[in-house]
Design a protein. Structure first.
Length: 403
């Protein structure tokens, strides 16, 4: 059985007066090699607090410590603690780090002392000879080229202010954005980040920060606190489409079901979903497995505040387990989860998380998202089917914030 990971990444234009940086020196692609499957890779240790959700592999090497990844945290991919896979991933990360750090940068593209907030970067390489700061929103504009490469070289620290964000437009892809950081990166509370962070030392995500990309630290620790991390699907180009635009020609947009393993033959067993709300608190041993491989598909969305939504399915062979849903983003006031229009009880703690029991038959799970400002509410809808072997797979149908 294959357990699906459904995720949506959305972005909004805030109507700010954006400063556009002149076209940068051409940047060459940075190959992550065997580090690509990892959404988090640490050097010494990886530590998590709270119900974080990782949409990809988790690893550490040469250290061995992975702390805080039991429930309520969810790891949607494989876990590697100083094994041969993690060791090779670190070797490939070291090579990729050197390639990113060695990109030629034109003198006009030295942004030292400039806050990235409110700026638009076109494809190319940029440099900070000391630290880099992001306050507000920075926009990466691929100008219609989904293969456009962006490299931001930071000599020391990369720090975002609370609720900062990275916006992608005109075909830009989180797959092709590389933040090479000479010491440590810190994504502050509620930051909505995109791109691959390659840090020499450490990476810290404060409470509620989300990212579409990878957090890869060569020598030090990666520290998480109630975060949602999504590994970008690098075969499909941009993961976001700005309001009022269309994807570049040739950019594929998945419209069918998320690929999954074969469904057992025969009819799907009928029967009611267990009545009543799903209880909050600790989940039974039949809860989602950290070893369950994910599947991720980007989908288009309407204009809304940047954020991510993740659904992680049940472990192989467990016919009573369900799956966990998580919604994270900017200026979210409340998320109401339901199954077949029956309210679900959210899990305790910060963030917006829920655990859904796997009942037999076909069902709809909805997440109704309201905001702290005038943005109208959106509804994320996911249809799934659970058979006797606990196969959960999305079916064709709406799978975006559709209002």
């Amino acid at each position: 059985m294959s357990s699906p990971l459904k995720r949506i990444t959305v972005a909004v234009g805030l109507g700010l007066a954006l400063a556009t940086v002149p076209a940068a020196a051409q940047a060459s692609a940075v190959d992550l090699g065997t580090a690509k499957p990892f959404v988090v890779l640490g050097g010494s240790t990886v530590t998590n607090t709270g119900p974080s959700v990782l949409g990809g592999d988790l690893g550490v090497s040469p250290g061995t410590a992975l702390v805080g990844f039991g429930l309520p945290a969810v790891v949607g991919g494989a876990t590697h603690a100083n094994d041969a896979v993690a060791l090779q991933a670190q070797a490939d990360l070291t090579t990729a780090y050197g390639v990113a750090a060695g990109q030629p940068v034109a003198p006009a593209d030295d942004l030292t002392g400039v806050d990235l907030g409110g700026r638009t970067l076109t494809a190319g390489a940029y440099r900070f000879t000391s630290s880099a700061q992001l306050t507000g929103q920075v926009t990466f504009d691929a100008q219609g080229d989904p293969a456009a490469q962006f490299v931001v070289e930071v000599a020391s620290t990369l720090i975002t202010a609370p609720a900062s964000s990275v916006r992608l437009v005109n075909g830009a892809s989180a797959c092709n954005i590389y933040w090479q950081v000479g010491s440590s990166a810190t994504l502050d509370t509620a930051t909505a980040f995109q791109g691959n962070v390659l840090a020499l030392t450490s990476i810290t995500l404060n409470t509620g920060a989300t990212a579409t990309g990878r957090m890869l630290a060569r020598n030090g620790a990666v520290t998480l606190d109630t975060n949602v991390l999504v590994r970008p699907d690098c075969a499909t180009g941009s993961t976001t489409t700005p309001a009022g635009t269309t994807p570049p020609a040739g950019t594929p947009v998945p419209t069918g079901p998320v690929p999954a393993g074969p469904v057992p033959a025969g009819p799907v067993p009928a029967g009611p979903v267990p009545a009543g709300p799903v209880p909050a608190g600790p989940v039974s041993p039949g809860s989602p497995s950290a070893a369950t491989p994910p599947l991720a598909v980007p989908v288009p969305s309407e204009k809304t505040h940047g954020g991510t939504s993740i659904f992680v399915g049940s472990p192989r062979g467990n016919c009573t387990a369900g799956f966990r849903g998580a919604v994270g983003g900017r200026r979210i006031k409340h998320v109401a989860f339901s199954i077949d229009r029956r309210r679900l009880t959210a899990l305790p703690g910060p963030g917006h998380h829920v655990y859904v029991l796997a009942g037999p038959g076909m069902h709809w799970v909805r997440a109704r998202v309201t905001y702290t400002d005038a943005t109208r509410a959106r509804t994320l809808k996911l249809r799934y089917r659970a058979c006797a072997a606990a196969v959960l797979r999305p079916r064709p149908g709406p799978a975006a914030f559709t209002g």
